[in-house]
Design a protein around this ligand. Structure first.
Ligand SMILES: [Zn+2]
Length: 280
């Protein structure tokens, strides 16, 4: 949709660190504001273009009629998001990125480029810390801050207010209550490529394994509307010292994954139901 690249109102947005309050600048006249549990004002999504009926709900199903598939990429790094964008452009495929705020801050140009192509860039927390290691086991104020700082920065970089959230590891502690208040829908997945479990080295076996799992619909809640989980960076669940910023096997597997779904009549959609690229 054209709103995905609308740049209006960007100047009104605050910096990501200072403005938990500035979730939405569009249509501010009709938005409602409510004090969040952390004591700051959070603009609800009512005027943002998000479907407010979906706020706080959780989906594992790609939107749209006919056969649709949503490719989703978590944990982006500059290296791999750039490689993934190149492949998506070659195939004319629109996708959804669930990015970590602290990583987006290191690669603002790549995030903006993704939005210009038509992809959605959505929050996946700022620090990607699992509940057991986080303040208050993911308390509502903690999650609110993690999501809004990431979403504010993404809105500033993309010109579009995020409408979705993917919790790291699929953990759901306090997630529905938090995202209901923020007006976001939770997006999990129905097909897991498990690309995060592959080693850094590019190997035929590792790449083939990702292709096989990313096209295995046996466990999908709706085989006509799978959401495929892949990673355009590497963050979880390895300890910090074991993380690295490139996923050569994911990048190598992506063309075959796209071709597999395309050959079976699937249309590639972002989580808002849009498809195709803005700039061919
Ligand atoms: Zn993640």
């Amino acid at each position: 949709m054209s709103a995905a690249i609308a740049l209006t109102g960007m100047a009104a947005l605050g910096s990501p660190t200072s403005s938990v309050a500035a979730l939405s600048s569009r249509g501010a006249a009709v938005s409602t504001a409510a004090p969040s549990a952390s004591g700051v004002t959070v603009q609800r999504a009512a005027a943002s273009g998000c479907n407010t009926r979906l706020a706080g709900t959780t989906t594992r199903r790609a939107p749209g009629s006919g056969r649709t598939v949503a490719l989703t990429f978590d944990d982006s790094s500059a290296t791999d998001m750039t490689s993934v964008l190149k492949i998506l452009r070659r195939y004319g495929v629109r996708a959804t990125f669930f990015d970590i705020g602290s990583e987006d801050a290191k690669m603002p140009a790549v995030v903006s480029a993704a939005a210009r192509d038509g992809h959605l860039v959505e929050p996946h927390t700022w620090n990607h810390v699992y509940p057991s290691k986080a303040n208050g086991n993911w308390s509502v104020p903690y999650l609110t801050r993690e999501i809004t700082t990431t979403a504010n920065q993404q809105q500033r970089l993309t010109g579009r207010r995020p409408c979705f959230f993917r919790p790291p590891g699929g953990n759901m502690n306090n997630v529905p209550a938090t995202t209901r208040a923020l007006g976001l829908q939770n997006v999990l997945w129905s097909v897991d490529s498990r690309d995060w479990s592959e080693q850094r080295q590019l190997t035929r076996t590792a790449t083939a394994g990702i292709v096989r799992r990313a096209t295995d619909l046996r466990y999908a809640v709706d085989r006509n509307h799978p959401i495929v989980l892949m990673h355009a960076g590497k963050m979880s669940p390895e300890p910090k010292g074991h993380t690295f910023s490139d996923r050569p096997n994911t990048v190598a597997a992506l063309p075959a994954v796209i071709e597999w779904y395309r050959a079976r009549g699937y249309r590639f959609v972002a989580m808002d139901g849009t498809s195709g690229l803005v700039r061919p």
